[in-house]
Design a protein around this ligand. Structure first.
Ligand SMILES: Nc1nc2c(ncn2[C@@H]2O[C@H](COP(=O)(O)OP(=O)(O)OP(=O)(O)O)[C@@H](O)[C@H]2O)c(=O)[nH]1
Ligand SMILES: [Mg+2]
Length: 443
């Protein structure tokens, strides 16, 4: 696949000796070389590496992470941005029937992709229909018909006539036969650089058929030239999305993906082979994980998440001890308990709290999953006022909260008692801590 050598640069960077500064320099040089080789636009490459270097200079790694690990996280962030950011494409249709119009220059992979999409959607339980409007290329009709048979899709096509009228007839007929997703394959008699002819044809069919989604199919081999095509397409159709094909067959795929992302258009799928199963949903973050070496980057991201969680809980526990206890505190605590087990696990994070914990009855701190769920629902029904100042919750409010959360007034009262006990516990903790400090047992 494309950009294969980035992974080697990563392992060299993580395991290599030498100073941190040298290692960074070397890694960035490797990264630039790889991106340029993949036909990513030169300006984009330099902007990318400049922001990586800037962040590496200015940001400090959070406690628990080495400088090299943190650097890799920065590379991961910036590369993900380069390939489209953290957008999850919507792949399943929001309604049916759903009509997809496939356009693209000659040989870009439209017909193959129509078959791949038919398989993708029928595997997810949709009844798919394929419509052939390509009257120019001999064999185009049969090519799509065969794909329809292979994937169990319905088929409609005509061997001569006006494409937009064939498309309209096909959509109507297949809808009548119960097709939920209809994919229209078009002719690609436009050569490279013939974007205007391509866009004209797209407009003519779109005006008549009014598809729900227009998908531009781009061959990855065009590399950064994908920018102009994707940009004009994106401007011409507000409902457009993009599929980049032949990612397996070229070194330039990285350039094509980055170029498309730079236009703001969204890539939904990538084609990774001639076979009908070789279609992958495109997710920039996952794509970059693979480039950097799945194992390395995933365990690193997990580690960062765990550190952030621990830090937040610790901060809140500290706040609680200082006396800031509201229903919001309880809410986060309950959520934390779901993840970490018991309250004592959370308290263990606070320096010095372990001493006091040893004096508590652990069984009183254990809550059943069912209770946690009920209490979370009750807290979610509270007004801001009630969250910040639970003392105002009277009988009338208790009834309302029980009703709003599908629980009973006893449940609400039990939660309020828990809140009061927790608040008192924190008060005691505070007293004990200052007592310990005064006795010179500083915690
Ligand atoms: N390696 C590889 N080959 C692909 C991929 N997608 C399509 N192809 C090949 O590209 C060639 C052209 O594919 P088609 O689907 O016929 O392209 P088209 O856009 O319909 O072509 P026209 O109808 O002539 O415009 C075929 O040989 C396909 O097998 C892919 O993801 N990877
Ligand atoms: Mg075709």
């Amino acid at each position: 696949m494309v950009l294969d050598n980035i992974r080697n640069a990563v392992s060299k960077f993580l395991s290599g000796g030498g100073t941190y500064e040298r290692a960074i320099k070397e890694f960035i040089r490797d990264l630039q070389r790889e991106l340029l080789r993949a036909d990513v636009n030169v300006k984009m490459v330099f902007e990318l590496t400049r922001s990586i270097e800037k962040r590496a200079r200015e940001e400090r790694p959070p406690p628990g992470l080495s400088r090299r690990e943190w650097f890799l996280k920065i590379v991961y962030d910036e590369l993900t941005k380069l390939f489209g950011g953290n957008r999850e494409p919507q792949l399943l249709p929001p309604k049916v029937p759903w009509v997809i119009l496939l356009v693209g220059v000659q040989g870009s992979g439209k017909t193959t992709t129509a078959g791949k999409l038919a398989l993708y959607y029928s595997r997810r339980g949709y009844k798919v229909g394929l419509v052939s409007t390509d009257t120019y290329r001999p064999g185009a009709y049969e090519q799509l018909k065969t794909l329809a048979e292979k994937t169990g899709a319905l088929f409609y096509g005509e061997k001569s006539g006006r494409p937009e009228e064939i498309a309209l007839r096909g959509v109507k007929l297949l809808k009548g036969r119960g097709a939920e997703i209809i994919i229209i394959d078009t002719a690609g008699r436009h050569g490279y650089g013939q974007e205007s002819a391509l866009l004209d044809e797209m407009k003519r069919i779109a005006d008549l058929v009014k598809p729900d989604d227009v998908v531009l199919v781009i061959d990855a081999a065009i590399g950064q030239k994908a920018y102009d095509l994707a940009k004009r397409f994106h401007e011409a159709t507000p409902i457009g999305s993009i599929i980049v094909t032949k990612m397996d067959g070229t070194a330039r795929g990285g350039g094509a993906l980055a170029a498309v992302a730079a236009t703001g258009a969204q890539i939904k799928f990538i084609g990774t082979g001639e076979k009908i199963e070789e279609l992958e949903k495109f997710n920039p973050a996952r794509f970059v994980s693979r480039l950097l070496g799945m194992g390395d980057i995933e365990s690193l991201l997990e580690k960062i998440k765990a550190l952030e969680n621990a830090e937040r809980l610790e901060r809140e526990a500290e706040d609680a001890i200082k006396g800031k206890v509201t229903m919001r505190t309880i809410y986060h605590q309950l959520q934390g308990m779901r993840k970490m087990g018991t309250l004592s696990k959370i308290l263990e994070l606070i320096p010095g709290a372990g001493f006091i914990l040893s004096k508590l009855d652990e069984s009183k701190l254990r809550l059943s999953e069912e209770k946690i769920k009920k209490w979370l629902a009750i807290i979610e029904s509270m007004t801001y006022e009630e969250l910040d100042n639970p003392e105002i919750i009277n009988r009338r409010r208790i009834r309302r909260l029980a009703l709003g959360s599908g629980t009973s007034p006893e449940d609400v009262r039990e939660l309020l008692t828990y809140y009061k006990n927790f608040k008192n516990l924190m008060k005691r903790l505070r007293r004990d801590r200052s007592l310990l400090r005064r006795l010179g047992l500083g915690v």
